[in-house]
Design a protein around this ligand. Structure first.
Ligand SMILES: NC(=O)C1=CN([C@@H]2O[C@H](COP(=O)(O)OP(=O)(O)OC[C@H]3O[C@@H](n4cnc5c(N)ncnc54)[C@H](OP(=O)(O)O)[C@@H]3O)[C@@H](O)[C@H]2O)C=CC1
Ligand SMILES: O=C(O)C(=O)Cc1ccc(O)cc1
Length: 451
């Protein structure tokens, strides 16, 4: 903690004003929820959006101001909710206008650059307490993790921010910026890399997977398709920022691409014993300790959320090699990661992803079916080769740190899937709401959650 902070910050906690800089999807969620809980809220976006925003929020209790200087001057807690790529520029611009003794935080998904910007540009009397809601703007925040990072803070400041953010009714997790970035590299960046690669591979093969008979296979396939669509319906900068700016993410995404490539090489060289030994060793390392705990997902619920026009009965479904999923466990094993330890920073997508991976690995018959298909059945080979190219391509895009080429890769696939996005989003929301309603019920009843 800095010695330059006042012992008692000059904030009347009953009367604090909360300022939001960046009124995009997350900024709006924060402004509406915090103001709905009775706090005074001021907000701005870029100056050229002032008139439109003012008209939109007229009659609400949120005061729209012209720019971040005006928000910073009058607010006791200022939250920067801008693109991660822009954080340094925006804090440099408005940080010096921060009200004396105020507290500043950010909502960006990777904390190293955000904290560096705060340390560099904020006056020394200002506290730094950041946050990160681990869900998208359209997900019910109740019960989802909300990380609070008291980086340069008094206990009183932390207590105030914890109180303000309690209106989200999320699960509060206190972490350092470093801990946050290491954990979310796994729960977010690598999870996204897997689904970005699926979308890229399906696009490369000119497929809408829900129209392809071999993907019309219920539970696990539904989750893969729905999450892929959900990611490609979002803004590219969210995924680019949290992957490119987080050094731990870059390393983990590279490890994932290596696992995909190595497993694929074993498949095409028919090294069945080596492949099987590797899959089983990885499975034991990752799931060994959790062998007897209840499964996170049950596919009878997931079967309902399909984009396909027809449903194939379970006993007629075609097995899949699930290379994306085998490589995930291989990568966790190689990196010494036990994903259950990262549930404190779970996102809805990570929980679903871990749920389907676990579902396959804890069913010996299903796992053997994957191994058998990977080795003997060539039906999925063209998908698996494209998936391998895609995983390496995404790893390169992140490793090179080039936002522009990331955007182009992302938008090419996004455009391809755009015609079905609205329907996929509706289905994905229903699926997530159903699953988390059950999770929340179980949590409130003090049980282990299973859906
Ligand atoms: N979307 C999600 O699921 C989640 C996102 N986050 C993080 O939250 C942050 C915001 O994300 P999200 O709301 O989705 O993104 P948006 O693109 O919807 O919002 C960012 C907003 O900040 C504005 N902005 C940029 N520069 C300035 C400036 N100088 N002054 C005022 N406003 C500015 C942007 O304007 P313009 O578009 O013109 O640049 C935009 O309206 C990101 O860092 C993201 O990583 C965290 C959790 C979940
Ligand atoms: O659940 C996910 O991984 C999402 O895609 C939504 C999301 C995106 C960025 C965040 O910082 C937090 C949540």
């Amino acid at each position: 903690m800095s010695t330059e902070l006042p012992i008692e910050p000059p904030i009347d906690t009953q009367d604090a004003t909360i300022g939001i800089i960046g009124m995009g999807d997350m900024g709006r969620l924060y402004a509406r929820t915090i103001s709905g809980a009775g706090w005074k809220v001021t907000a701005c976006d870029r100056p050229d959006k002032y008139e439109a925003l003012k008209a939109e929020f007229q009659g609400s209790s949120i005061t729209i101001l012209e720019n971040g200087h005006l928000v910073s001057r009058c607010s006791d807690y200022i939250i920067y909710s801008v693109e991660a790529e822009n954080i340094d520029l925006v804090v440099k611009l408005y940080g010096p206008s921060t009200k004396m003794g105020a507290i500043v935080g950010g909502q960006t998904s990777c904390k190293a650059p955000e904290i560096a910007a705060f340390e560099k540009h904020l006056p020394k009397d200002v506290e730094i307490i950041s946050c990160h809601s681990l869900h998208g703007p359209k997900v019910d925040s109740r019960g989802q993790p909300l990380v609070i990072i008291s980086h340069r803070a008094t206990p009183r400041g932390t207590a105030l921010i914890t109180r303000i953010l309690s209106c989200f009714r999320s699960k509060t997790v206190h972490l350092s910026a470093l801990e946050h970035d290491r954990i979310t590299a796994d729960t977010q960046a690598v999870t996204h890399a897997a689904f970005l690669s699926m979308g890229t591979a399906w696009h490369a093969n000119a497929q809408f997977p829900w129209e392809v008979e071999r993907y019309n296979a219920g539970g696990v396939e539904n989750v893969k398709i729905n999450i892929m669509m959900r990611i490609y319906s979002n803004k590219w900068h969210v995924y680019a920022g949290l992957a490119i700016l987080n050094p731990a993410a870059r390393d983990q995404i590279r490890a994932y691409a290596e696992s995909v490539t190595e497993l694929f090489k074993l498949m095409i060289s028919h090294k069945k014993q080596e492949f099987t030994d590797r899959i089983l060793a990885a499975g034991t390392a990752v799931f060994g300790r959790h062998r007897d705990s209840p499964l996170l997902l049950r596919d009878d619920i997931l079967d309902q959320y399909s984009l396909s026009a027809t449903q194939i009965p379970k006993n007629e479904r075609r097995p899949n090699s699930h290379l994306s999923l085998l490589a995930m466990v291989d990568c966790w094993w190689k990196l010494g990661i036990v994903p259950y330890d990262h549930m404190i920073c779970e996102t809805p997508l990570f929980r679903l992803w871990l749920g389907v991976v676990e579902y396959v690995y804890r069913d010996r018959r299903l796992l053997e079916e994957c191994i058998e298909t990977a080795m003997e059945d060539h039906t999925f080979r063209m998908d698996d080769i494209e998936f391998t190219f895609a995983a390496r391509g995404w790893s390169d895009a992140v490793g090179f740190g080039d936002f522009e080429s990331y955007r182009k890769r992302f938008e090419k696939v996004q455009t391809y899937f755009a015609p079905r996005v609205a329907e996929a989003t509706r289905l994905g929301n229903e699926m997530i709401a159903k699953i988390f309603e059950k999770t929340r019920d179980a949590g409130e009843a003090g049980e282990e959650a299973t859906v």
